[in-house]
Write a protein that binds this ligand. Structure first.
Ligand code: NDP
Length: 330
């Protein structure tokens, strides 16, 4: 591959002591080590990207950095027998956009071991409608299945209007569960019902202080919010219910008692998507390709150009993004 070939990328760097995000022209030879070069078609915007691009979270380990924790594209050249030029691939997590250059770029170089082949029936754009957010939603559902819960009861999804939440609502409803979507945005009620929510609950109802144990309501929960919301969920889980906790949109600390655990046998399961083993990812992407139609993914997605990433990063941190944002890097 021609090391002098130019391409565009969004580069984060400190200029005069201030963090700046600028679209720059780079050369293939500038890309870091790795055995596969990918021509990127799309990236996406996750909450973590918002933190990285605005500098509001300690996400980026070194500068200059190309942010973007997700990408989907086509293999341009490969030194690995696992991938051939022309193969469509997905790359999410593995600290790209944090420690290694990420997806807001027309080209990327990565380790073959990080890549997942695009499922046969999926388009590259739809892979990024899913992205880290959708993979995390699937991993949460797989964690609930693995640990078990009273499946006849309602399953609540918090932060339902966001990326992880929207996809969790769609998947759980497709799997036949009675899904209750928790949101702070009244204008999203019909959007969430369209995704399959059977009922909506105001997010304030879940984060109020309460008794050590509340009336048993939820069979299970997918929690993207953390903080007081997670404490509230634990208090109102049914006997042997499970919560899959993956996020902190509402806070990282929470205060609970042992009562839900020792009197109701509830389970609190942590979910992470960054260094999740590749075999689990392949299984999750295969399930996602069967559970989410192109039509539903189009309904939850807006596509924006690279130049919009700084503005949209502010929006996602304010909780104003609905569903998923795909970034067209070309
Ligand atoms: P989004 O910003 O798309 O969604 C977050 C949603 O949380 C918002 O849409 C909003 O939903 C709700 N929310 C925001 N602020 C508050 C608040 N102060 N109190 C209560 N609810 C709030 O983010 P993502 O879906 O991309 O990510 C969700 C969370 O999951 C983040 O914390 C992220 O870091 C984490 N995450 C973790 C991963 C892992 O590997 N463990 C992977 C991916 C994400 P609404 O308006 O509907 O109330």
């Amino acid at each position: 591959m021609d090391r002098d070939k130019n391409f565009r990328a969004l580069v984060l760097d400190h200029v005069d002591g201030k963090l700046r995000a600028e679209i720059k022209s780079l050369k293939i030879g500038d890309l870091p080590e790795g055995d596969v070069v990918i021509r990127v078609s799309y990236s996406s915007l996750n909450y973590k990207d918002g933190l990285a691009v605005t500098g509001r979270g300690k996400i980026v380990r070194s500068y200059p950095m190309i942010p973007g924790i997700d990408l989907a594209g086509v293999v341009e050249s490969s030194n690995s027998p696992k991938f051939q030029p022309g193969d469509p691939v997905i790359l999410t997590g593995w600290e790209i956009g944090e420690k290694y250059w990420g997806g807001y770029s027309q080209y990327a170089r990565a380790k073959a071991d990080w890549l997942v082949p695009l499922p046969r029936s999926m388009e590259l754009k739809h892979a990024m409608s899913i992205g880290t957010a959708g993979l995390t939603a699937m991993l949460c559902v797989m964690a609930l299945e693995e640990h078990g819960f009273p499946t006849e009861r309602e399953v609540v999804v918090t932060g339902a209007g966001g990326g992880v939440g929207s996809i969790a609502v769609a998947i759980l409803s497709k799997l036949g569960y009675k899904v209750v979507a928790s949101t702070g945005r009244k204008d999203l009620h019909s959007y969430l019902k369209d995704l399959g929510a059977h009922d909506i609950i105001d997010r304030e109802m879940l984060s109020q202080d309460g008794r050590p144990l509340e009336t048993q309501r939820w069979g299970a929960a997918v929690d993207t919010v953390g903080g007081k919301t997670l404490a509230g969920l634990l208090r109102s889980l049914s006997y042997r219910g499970t919560v899959a906790a993956c996020g902190l949109a509402g806070g990282s600390d929470f205060c609970t008692s042992v009562f839900p655990f020792i009197l109701r046998g509830v389970k609190l399961v942590g979910v992470e998507s960054v260094v999740c083993p590749v075999e689990t990812r392949i299984q999750a992407w295969d399930r996602l390709s069967h559970l989410l139609s192109g039509d539903i993914l189009d309904r939850i997605t807006e596509v924006h150009p690279l130049s919009e990433v700084p503005r949209l990063s502010e929006e996602i941190l304010k909780g104003r993004v609905r569903g998923r944002i795909v970034i067209d890097v070309n």
